[in-house]
Design a protein around this ligand. Structure first.
Ligand code: ZN
Length: 149
């Protein structure tokens, strides 16, 4: 049996991520377990952070350093929200087709960012419901149904 191994981040990257995680956990303490459960995967050139259904956190450390710790913490909160809101399973429930995955991710982003921006989180360039002609404070499934039709 072989196991997939994730290369540990370089010490400076690990310190940066630790600072961003700690800040994120201070901002939304109820997400602390999720924030520290995500397993970082160094992803040079990715241009952002993202997560998959296995709680892997793909991080572009050059982008993280360009954002700084505060904005990176806000992006970590965003990614943790994808996981605790169970967006991967909910996509399956609404039968998101392969060609609709980008749309689902867009409405999920808008729903998360709506809440985080309202709290004053310094997200870099967040997509918000009004950018998609959607009402504020909506839920992902509703947003998706509106834009899908
Ligand atoms: Zn997102």
């Amino acid at each position: 049996m072989t196991a997939t191994r994730v290369r540990p981040p370089a010490p400076a990257d690990a310190r940066f991520l630790a600072a961003a995680r700690l800040r994120a956990a201070r901002q939304q303490p109820y997400l602390a377990s999720a924030l520290f459960a995500m397993v970082p995967v160094d992803s040079p050139g990715h241009g952002t952070f993202s997560v998959d259904g296995y709680w892997r956190l793909y991080v572009d450390m050059d982008q993280a350093r360009a954002w700084g710790v505060e904005a990176s913490a806000a992006v970590l909160l965003h990614e943790a929200h994808h996981l605790v809101r169970d967006h991967h399973a909910r996509a399956a429930q609404v039968q998101v087709a392969p060609h609709e995955r980008e749309l689902w991710n867009l409405v999920a982003d808008a729903a998360i960012n709506d809440d985080l921006v309202a709290e004053g989180q310094p997200l870099p360039g967040p997509v918000l419901p009004h950018h998609l002609d959607l009402p504020a404070r909506g839920v992902e499934e509703h947003y998706f149904a509106v834009l899908r039709s």
